[in-house]
Design a protein around this ligand. Structure first.
Ligand code: NDP
Ligand code: 8X3
Length: 262
C-alpha cells in the first residue's frame, strides 16, 4: 500500500466511460479507489496510471457483476482497511439492442436485467452492511433519463433504469436512518463512453449517434458525482437529471449539428 488509506470510493464499471472518468477525478482529489469490471487488462492499466499520477492507493477487482458468487468472493478478498468504503458508485451497466418489443432478443433482455438490476443489487448487498455497521456511507446510483421517460425501442433498457430509480428511492428509505446517504445521477446522452458501441454490438457505424449534436461527456457526469459526494454531511442530493444543452428530453434532441454554445 502506497500511503495511509484515506477516503475510499468504489466505482463499478471503471474500465471505460463514466466509471473511468469518475475514478480519475476522485483519485486526482486524493481518494483511494476500488475499481471493478470484467476487463482485467484495462483495470491493471488504469491502476498503474492512477498510482503513478496521483500517488493514491488503488485496488482492482476483476469480476462479472451478474455473478452473485463472484461478487461475494471479491468482497471477501478485501482486507479490513479496504472494507471501510465511504462511497459506492453503482455505475456498471449497459444497453443491448434497439428493437421494438415484438422483435427483442431475449438474450439482450437477460443481459440488461442481470447487469443493471441484479448486478447493482448484488454489489449493494455486499457493501452496505459494513456501512450500516459504521453508521456512515454514501451510495450513488447511475440511472438515466431512460429511468424517467421511455423512448421508442428503449423498452427493456428503460425498464431496468426505472427499476434503478425505484431502488434508489427504496434504498434511501431503508438506509437514511443508519446515516447513509443514497443519491442518483440520471444522465442523458454521454459521449466518451462505449455505451453506443455496446448497445449496437460493436457496429461502429450504428454507434455514431453523437455526431449531429453535443451530448454530455463522461467528465461532466464525473464532476456531478464529485459535487454530490463532497456536500456537507447534512446535505443529500437525491437525484440529478442532467442532459446536454441540445437535448431537451429523451425524445427531443436538436440534431441540426454540433453547436458551440456560449
Ligand atoms: P461504458 O460501456 O463505457 O461503461 C460500462 C461499464 O460497465 C464498463 O466499465 C464495463 O466494464 C461495466 N460492465 C458492463 N457489464 C458488466 C458486467 N457484467 N460486470 C462488470 N462490469 C460490467 O458505458 P457508460 O460509461 O456510458 O455506462 C456507465 C453507466 O452509465 C451505465 O449504467 C449506463 O447505463 C449509464 N448511462 C450511460 C449513458 C450514456 O449515454 N453513455 C447515459 C445514461 C446512463 P467491463 O466491460 O470491463 O466489464
Ligand atoms: C443512456 C441514454 O438515451 O440512450 O442511458 O437511454 S439513452
Amino acid at each position: 500500500m502506497a500511503t495511509k488509506i484515506s477516503k475510499i470510493i468504489m466505482v463499478t464499471g471503471a474500465t471505460s466511460g463514466i466509471g473511468k472518468a469518475t475514478v480519475q477525478l476522485f483519485a486526482k482529489n486524493g481518494y483511494d479507489v476500488i475499481i471493478t469490471g470484467r476487463r482485467k487488462d484495462r483495470l491493471e492499466d488504469i491502476k498503474t496510471k492512477l498510482i503513478k499520477k496521483y500517488g493514491v492507493n488503488v485496488l482492482a477487482l476483476h469480476f462479472d457483476i451478474r455473478d452473485s458468487n463472484a461478487v461475494k468472493k471479491a468482497y471477501k478478498t478485501l482486507k479490513p482497511e479496504w472494507k471501510k468504503i465511504d462511497i459506492l458508485i453503482n455505475n456498471a451497466g449497459l444497453a443491448k439492442g434497439f428493437n421494438p418489443i415484438h422483435e427483442g432478443e431475449l438474450e439482450d433482455w437477460e443481459t440488461m436485467i442481470d447487469t443493471n438490476i441484479k448486478g447493482l443489487l448484488y454489489i449493494t448487498r455486499a457493501i452496505s452492511p459494513d456501512m450500516v455497521k459504521r453508521g456512515k456511507g454514501h451510495i450513488i446510483n447511475i440511472c438515466s433519463t431512460a429511468g424517467h421517460e421511455v423512448y421508442p425501442n428503449g423498452n427493456v433498457y428503460a425498464a431496468t433504469k426505472f427499476a434503478v430509480d425505484a431502488l434508489t428511492k427504496s434504498m434511501r428509505l431503508d438506509l437514511f436512518k443508519h446515516g447513509i446517504r443514497v443519491s442518483q445521477v440520471s444522465p442523458g446522452h454521454v459521449e466518451e463512453t462505449e455505451f453506443a458501441l455496446v448497445r449496437f454490438d460493436g457496429d461502429e457505424k450504428r454507434a455514431k449517434i453523437y455526431e449531429d449534436f453535443v451530448p454530455l461527456t463522461s467528465k461532466d457526469v464525473a464532476e456531478t458525482l464529485f459535487f454530490i459526494a463532497t456536500r456537507p454531511k447534512h446535505v443529500n442530493i437525491q437525484d440529478v437529471l442532467i442532459m446536454g444543452s441540445q437535448q431537451a428530453s429523451n425524445n427531443f434532441i436538436d440534431r441540426s449539428g454540433r453547436k458551440e454554445l456560449e
